[in-house]
Design a protein around this ligand. Structure first.
Ligand code: NDP
Length: 257
């Protein structure tokens, strides 16, 4: 009975920024659980390739090009997915960028605006469009990818715009959850620690930075994308049916110290 709660059979899930990294691992996890997954990414070619990789494993996968910072494109792609697949049951807002080592006092306007635009505005455009349809169809489930950076200030790299954008994601998660709770649309978030992906690649050859990152983590290591995807699978499934407005930390203990 309990394992069945994790099944996503007959569900349709859309994941943003899913051509690689945490989003791709999430597409793997959700499709293994039985969902039809639509991999969306700003890089359409990479999304198509990622979809082919999972289809080769026998999964039900589609792909779309989607830049989440364009609210009209979000509406268009949502309409195209509904026309093809009937409805969307699960939305995973994963697309995100980080621009680090930017002290606040010298941060230029585009650097501030770009990170807020992808991580917070883009996530809201998706929640608004997909969430409205979920309310109209009588239910749905949204999982946002936040960060431990919403709760702590990372060191030693300066990235005030990233930290602020993820704090916005966490509180937007709670706000939408409260608005939509009685209408059967749940909204939760996962808050990961440092995960080994392209986003953190710039640090791998910097032993001084790695000393901070890993040394400040009780588990003494970074995380892997599947370790985040597994939490997203839990939040996307009926196994978490009592949860909404929750921020689930997956940080190797980082925020415990
Ligand atoms: P990656 O950089 O590996 O993957 C992010 C994907 O999102 C890329 O395919 C990228 O496409 C795509 N993307 C970027 N901008 C947009 C956009 N405007 N619209 C649609 N897609 C876009 O990152 P991760 O897998 O590491 O990160 C995924 C999420 O997890 C992000 O929200 C990140 O903030 C969060 N996170 C990551 C942590 C980490 O340590 N890695 C820690 C905590 C949270 P392209 O290749 O074209 O750039």
């Amino acid at each position: 009975m309990y394992l069945e709660l994790f099944s996503l059979k007959a569900k349709t899930a859309v994941i943003t920024g899913a051509a690689r990294g945490i989003g791709f691992a999430t597409a793997d996890a959700l499709s293994e659980a039985g969902a039809t997954v639509i991999i969306t990414d700003m890089n359409g070619e990479a999304a198509t390739k990622a979809a082919e990789e999972l289809r080769a494993k026998g999964r039900s996968i589609d792909s779309e090009t989607l830049d989440v910072t364009d609210p009209r494109a979000v509406e268009r792609v949502h309409a195209a997915i509904v026309a093809k697949h009937g409805r969307v049951d699960i939305l995973v807002n994963n697309a995100g960028i980080a621009i680090s080592n930017r002290p606040a006092e010298t941060m230029d306007d585009p650097t501030w605006l770009k990170v807020i635009d992808v991580n917070l505005n883009g996530l809201f455009w998706c929640c608004r469009t997909f969430g409205k349809a979920m309310l109209e169809q009588g239910g749905g489930n949204i999982v946002n990818v936040g960060s431990m950076s919403a709760e702590i200030v990372n060191r030693p790299q300066e990235q005030a715009q990233y930290n602020a954008s993820k704090a916005g994601v966490h509180h937007l998660t709670r706000s939408l959850a409260a608005e939509w709770a009685t209408r059967n649309v749940r909204v939760n978030a996962v808050a990961p620690t440092y995960i080994e992906t392209e986003l953190t690649r710039y640090v791998y050859d910097d032993s001084e930075m790695m000393k901070h990152w890993v040394g400040n983590t009780p588990m003494n290591r970074m995380g892997q994308p599947p370790e985040v995807a597994a939490v997203i699978l839990f939040l996307a499934s009926d196994a978490s049916s009592l949860m909404t407005g929750s921020i689930v930390t997956a940080d190797g203990g980082y925020t415990a110290w």
